[in-house]
Ligand binder design. Structure first.
Ligand code: HEM
Length: 476
């Protein structure tokens, strides 16, 4: 109850900030006349974007989700509303980028696929991933993480992340070690689900988070509840970005614990790979690891939503079982299940707002964008654009498969659940491997359906899917 109240207060605060901002924007509009060349949204449209697109994204929790707000977003179809708002802006202003009329900063929204590609491909210069709001949020638990780094430091930390996470490899060399851990945790999840009579988020999470700690640090970290609690505390503060004071004491204990695990470098874990990776004074490995712990949340949500897609598409689930049978010796590379996870991420992206900030003025077909402009790429607008994509609201795993067999990355249209370009998620392959292996362990030998009241309509999948309230019945 206390949390719900806090969440509502937070949402109200966000709306207040944006509302006041728009009003003050009138005063400052003249001083920003230099960027008048790019289309500029009216005050009313700026307010509408703030309310329909920005506020729900912030209120749901950017760094750690607030489950009551996610439930509300599902009930009110807030993500669909956000897509509709951006479609209306495109119809009114054309391809953009569209400058908003905010007083606190210059802010653009990207509306055209070719502009998405440009912004992602030309990262980190002139489109820095280390935007002001990201730096403010991540300062709480990874101020030197690659995501908020620029220049030589970014290059060094990116190399480290790509090396440990094996960015280029579909199958991580530790796949066998991870498979054993997944098998054990999946068995625990199902044991708990059987005791409850259904599989819900709590049962899933009781195996997923221990698995994450085993993958990152090794089996010795499986039951480290204190590490989990510290991560949650810091991420809750990070949700408030600069509005929340830093929890210095928790940070110090958190980094000390991470260093400890990295020093132990338990065999078969990412920590062991990190220990062998060349580092420089800039790398700061202990500052890269918090992103790994935090981002596995998204992978858990995607796994559970992918299970919902399997449960509501029995024909596809049959194909998946056939793939498992056919690949009984190659369980680490499962294209159909990887495509299922990618579809869960297209339909319900876990990083809906991809943010950049210009380091210099940039020129576009319709005008110049000043240095220091924040840029918003709102993934659901491109993933669920039913004015352009016939498959917008339907499960379409073929999008991610070449000839129905081999996984491909979609290039023509921006389907960007893992972002793209030089700052693309370096764990894309690792995530798809682990999540598809977890799904394989869950679905093999049993069939799932969604519990009554939580079914999905395959002809029109919802704009928001609350993973915390998904419940499954199953038959072994
Ligand atoms: C479903 C799971 C995940 C999704 C959808 C996802 C998505 C993303 C996205 C969209 C970005 C780019 C943000 C931007 O362009 O500003 C990103 C960056 C990043 N992700 Fe992931 N991620 C996931 C899981 C993970 C995991 C598990 C790890 C580590 C083990 C990880 C490590 C990173 C790192 C280090 C970056 C920063 C890259 C850079 O700035 O160069 N991600 N991720």
């Amino acid at each position: 109850m206390k949390r719900t109240k806090q969440d509502l207060l937070f949402a109200a605060g966000v709306l207040g900030v944006f509302g006041a901002g728009v009003a003050a924007g009138r005063l400052l509009a003249r001083s920003h006349a230099a960027d008048a060349m790019l289309p500029r949204a009216s005050l009313l449209d700026t307010l509408a974007v703030s309310l329909d697109v920005v506020a729900p994204t912030i209120a749901k929790g950017v760094i750690i989700r607030r489950p009551p707000v996610v439930a509300l977003a599902e009930r009110l179809e807030l993500d669909r509303r956000a897509v509709r708002r951006l479609q209306a802006l495109r119809a009114k202003y054309g391809s953009g980028p569209l400058m908003l009329r905010l007083p606190i900063r210059r802010q653009a929204v990207v509306l055209a696929p070719e502009h998405v590609r440009r912004v992602l491909d030309e990262t980190p210069e002139p489109f820095a991933a280390a935007s002001s709001e990201k730096r403010a949020a991540l300062a709480h638990f990874e101020p030197q993480g690659v995501l908020v780094s620029q220049g030589a430091e970014r290059a060094d930390r990116r190399r480290f992340n790509e090396g440990v996470l094996e960015h280029e490899r579909a199958v991580h060399h530790l796949a066998d070690s991870f498979a054993a851990k997944i098998g054990e945790e999946a068995a625990r999840i199902m044991e708990r689900a059987r005791a409850r009579g259904e599989l819900d988020w709590d049962a899933f999470a009781s195996g997923w988070y221990p698995l994450v700690r085993r993958v990152v640090f090794g089996d010795g970290a499986r039951d480290d509840q204190e590490l989990n609690d510290m991560t949650v505390q810091l991420r809750k503060a990070a949700n408030w970005a600069f509005l929340h004071p830093q929890k210095r004491a928790v940070q110090a204990r958190f980094f000390a614990r991470i260093r400890d695990y990295l020093d132990r470098a338990e065999a078969g874990s990412l920590a062991a790979v990190a220990a062998r990776m060349p580092t420089t004074g800039k790398t700061q490995p202990h500052q890269q690891v918090p992103q790994w712990l935090f981002a596995f949340d998204a992978a858990g949500m995607a796994t559970f939503r992918a299970l919902a897609l399997l449960a509501s598409h029995p024909h596809h689930a049959e194909r998946v079982r056939a793939e498992l049978h056919e690949r009984s010796e190659r369980r680490h590379d499962l294209p159909l299940l990887r495509a299922t996870v990618l579809e869960a991420l297209r339909l319900w992206p876990t990083t809906p707002a991809i943010l950049r900030q210009t380091t210099v003025a940039t020129d576009w077909e319709r005008g110049r964008m000043p240095a220091g402009t924040g840029i918003l790429l709102f993934a659901p607008f491109f993933h669920r654009d039913d004015e352009r994509l016939p498959y917008a609201d339907r499960f379409t795993p073929e999008l991610w498969l070449d000839e129905g067999k081999v996984e491909v990355e979609h290039r023509d249209w921006p389907l960007i659940p893992f972002s793209g370009g030089p700052a693309t998620c370096p764990a894309r392959n690792l995530v798809l491997m682990l999540t598809s292996m977890m799904l394989a362990a869950l679905v093999e030998g049993r069939s799932f359906r969604l519990a009554p009241g939580r079914e999905l309509d395959p002809a029109r999948l919802p704009g928001t899917l609350d993973n915390y309230r998904l419940r499954f019945r199953f038959v072994d």
